[in-house]
Design a protein around this ligand. Sequence first.
Ligand code: ADP
Ligand code: MG
Length: 334
Amino acid sequence: MQVRDLQVTFDLGRHGRLVAVDNVSFDLGRGEFVALVGESGSGKSTTALALIRLVPPPGFISSGRLLWWEDGGREPVDLLQLSPAQMRARRWRDIAIIFQGAQNALNPVMRIAEQMIETARAHHPMPRSEILERAAQCLRMVRLEPSRVLRAYPHELSGGMRQRVLIAMSLLMTPHLLILDEPTTALDVITQAHILEILGEIQEKLGLTMLLLTHDLAVVAKTARRVLIMYAGRIVEEAPTEALFETPYHPYARGLLQAVPTLRGDLTGKRPIPGVPPDLRRPPPGCRFHPRCPYADEVCRQLEPALEEVGGRRVACHHWQRVLVEASIQEPHP
Ligand code: ADP
Ligand code: MG
């Protein structure tokens, strides 16, 4: 999928307009595992919802293209040009999404088997027996015992198991692209690691394309090959995961990395980024990160930095080169 100049606006009536996703462009290559990272409110979920055209009102996609390349196709399809019925047919079969907090949204009075059957039937008429067979396969992929889990009600399963049920459900229609919105956020560290391992396994086995949304860079280190960093509705940096962890270019990426305790091995080194993300109804002029940026100057306060391509990466910062030099003097590598 190629996302081009995607913009999502929320019309807040007399409270004005809020652009939650602003001119966002990126590619998701076949079989790639990509992470979209940013603090809460940066526009990750809205971006994901836009990719499947499920932005809730008063939000709407105000511009952009979502170019989808079919297997063996010569021309991409722009998902934004499809009729609602055509788009519906593609959800789950081409693109599946596990919504943020979905593990708590399973129907409490329905056994897992029925929920899986209902999900599958909503997208494709298939006999029960066939769905159940497929459901069992998918549950085994997430290392759950089908005979036990299919009979269970959601409350009989742990949070980690419910999340794995959702992953299994999303695989029912064998999608090409799977979007996971904060899949491990509510879970303890051990369960989190287990889920990430399973996701990696599935991705490798099925050759799925995965887009994982998270506010937690530690999650990214274990999974994604490439990272997109979002701040206040915009992509501010894109890099292969290793390169980003080795040398972040954008001061915001640098700040996020410094807030991850495991990287330096001690909790005392953990430093959250001071300040809070801007109110998107009145974003700051120039670079949106400038009020929180230790490197900001007059240029940053006035001029919006473009997202520049630099050696297979992208960065939107006027001073990324200077930041690199200064940061390497201030914090030499251990
Ligand atoms: P993230 O997933 O990164 O936490 P979101 O995509 O949920 O961020 O939110 C991005 C911005 O869009 C926020 O400023 C949020 O307030 C706004 N937003 C999201 N959903 C709605 C909505 N239904 N109505 C109004 N504003 C919204
Ligand atoms: Mg979100």
